[in-house]
Design a protein around this ligand. Structure first.
Ligand code: AMP
Length: 283
């Protein structure tokens, strides 16, 4: 399988247009690169379900605040291209920042209430940047299907909402979180962890699993959240918790128990690294 790299928006749009004209379906996997098995699972699924596959690699400055890690975010384009080829992608689209945000760029997607909850509280403007770049990438590639990980559960919910609200032609497909053997969700940011932090990081997932068990007999979501928080602080001394929330799996709002489809989400800072994770909870 030869995978070609395309850097120009017009060339990417023309290639995807020629595929559509030939009747091919297009699967699309937007990423920020530093690809791992979690990304690979998305690309492989896109490969199985479509005639053509495009992976974008673009570290999107619009979704980082000035105090965040845009500058040091891992970049590994040669290895990324190899992984894309091994997973059967036809194209890696890797535009420059100027290509995506030329001089004078000034239009952004305004995300509704979903963008103000959870991560939205701690990363103001983050989802506005995500939604804007995803809409632009969709418009360039015009994919039949686009694949997103449940690892970034709120992002997936926001992209689904945007697709519905703005009548986008692309079907948004959510894919399960890929984990290390010890339960840690794969993330490009795991590379920031020190050896000691990496050894302790799976305790976040363990605490979420505890929450899942407690939810079956708890009288309120708040009690579950408090127990999960306590477990994290006890097993990860020095960790700072941004949030632990048990919410409706679709609206991401707090709900009374019992409720059929819930999601338990957490964001935790370990040293300089901010980790997020979530699991489904069904009662
Ligand atoms: P990123 O490069 O971190 O922006 O992620 C690109 C896409 O890969 C997003 O849809 C993520 O949700 C997804 N992704 C990242 N990590 C994982 C994982 N461990 N399992 C499944 N999908 C993932």
């Amino acid at each position: 399988m030869t995978t070609i790299a395309v850097a120009k928006r017009a060339a990417m749009a023309a290639l995807a247009g020629s595929w559509r004209k030939a009747g091919s379906s297009i699967g699309f996997v937007p990423t920020m690169g530093a690809l791992h098995r979690g990304h690979a699972a998305l690309i492989e699924r896109a490969r199985r379900e479509n005639n053509r596959v495009v992976v974008s690699v673009f570290v999107n400055p619009a979704q980082f605040s000035p105090t965040e890690d845009y500058g040091r975010y891992p970049r590994a384009f040669t290895a990324d291209k190899q992984l894309c080829a091994a997973c059967g992608a036809d194209v890696v689209y890797h535009p420059s920042v100027k290509e995506v945000y030329p001089d004078g760029f000034s239009t952004f997607v305004e995300v509704g209430p979903l963008g103000r909850l959870l991560d939205g509280k701690f990363r103001p403007g983050h989802f506005r940047g995500v939604a804007t770049v995803v809409l632009k990438l969709f418009e360039t590639v015009r994919p039949t299907r686009a694949y997103f990980g449940e690892k970034d559960y709120q992002q997936l919910a926001i992209i689904k909402r945007m697709s519905q609200d703005l009548d986008l032609q692309t079907l948004v497909v959510g894919c399960p979180t890929v984990r290390e053997a010890d339960g840690l969700a794969l993330s490009s940011r795991n590379a920031y962890l020190s050896t000691a932090e990496r050894a302790k990081a799976p305790r976040i997932h363990e605490a979420l699993l505890l929450g899942e068990r407690l939810a079956a007999r708890a009288s309120s979501g708040r009690k579950v959240e408090a127990c999960v928080r306590r477990r994290i602080l006890r097993t990860l001394p020095g960790a700072r918790i941004d949030y632990v929330r048990l919410v409706d799996a679709e609206t991401l709002e707090a709900v009374g128990l019992p409720k059929a489809r819930l999601r338990l989400l957490a964001a935790v800072r370990l040293g300089k690294t901010r980790l997020i994770d979530n699991i489904p909870v069904s009662l």
